[in-house]
Design a binder for this molecule. Sequence first.
Ligand SMILES: Cc1cc2nc3c(=O)[nH]c(=O)nc-3n(C[C@H](O)[C@H](O)[C@H](O)COP(=O)(O)O)c2cc1C
Length: 192
Amino acid sequence: MSTAIETLTKMIKGRRSIFPTSYIQKEIPTTVIEQILESANYAPTHKLTQPWRFVVIRKEAKIRLGQTLGQLYTATVPAEKFMQKKFDSFAQKTAQADCILAVNIQFHPDKLPNWEEIAAVACAVQNMALTAEALNVGAYWSSPPLIDDLGEFLGLAANEKCFGLFYMGYHEEEPREANRTPIADKVKWLEH
Ligand SMILES: Cc1cc2nc3c(=O)[nH]c(=O)nc-3n(C[C@H](O)[C@H](O)[C@H](O)COP(=O)(O)O)c2cc1C
């Protein structure tokens, strides 16, 4: 049997971003989605503001999201820069994914600076990514600029903002090595 540290290290190092082109058409059970969301709720949070807010987008709503992203792209990109391939990619990705979680942050400027809420939500997303990995669900955090314009689609309140779309789907990808330079290059030790 693996020790806790062996299991944890395997999950942390083995987690990869898995993109919609790799997803297979297989439904993620609601209980699995709930398990992934439950992990988000245990992220650290300064002053216990628990700023993570999610919108679960599945089935017909996924199609509507793809259409909305396409419409927003068309409305915001200068005509001479419009790319049909890019336009088509929104509907493709939302169709390939089985479930998409909009990652939103509720800000509390009276209590905390925004960066602390963003940091807490990033921790929540990592909890979800590791839980998805452990459940063999492929996932990746997508952050197209268009998420700034999704407030109406997502029904966000004035103090909430979307920070990404967490795409999920089952997949049959082989494990792949992480592309990272050594940690020693990023750490300075002070001992004297
Ligand atoms: C805040 C954040 C936003 C990201 N946004 C995108 C994105 O818009 N498009 C994309 O392809 N990957 C995005 N990624 C995923 C990275 O591309 C991915 O983490 C990186 O390539 C390393 O691969 P790994 O996750 O498999 O280790 C994002 C990751 C983070 C943490």
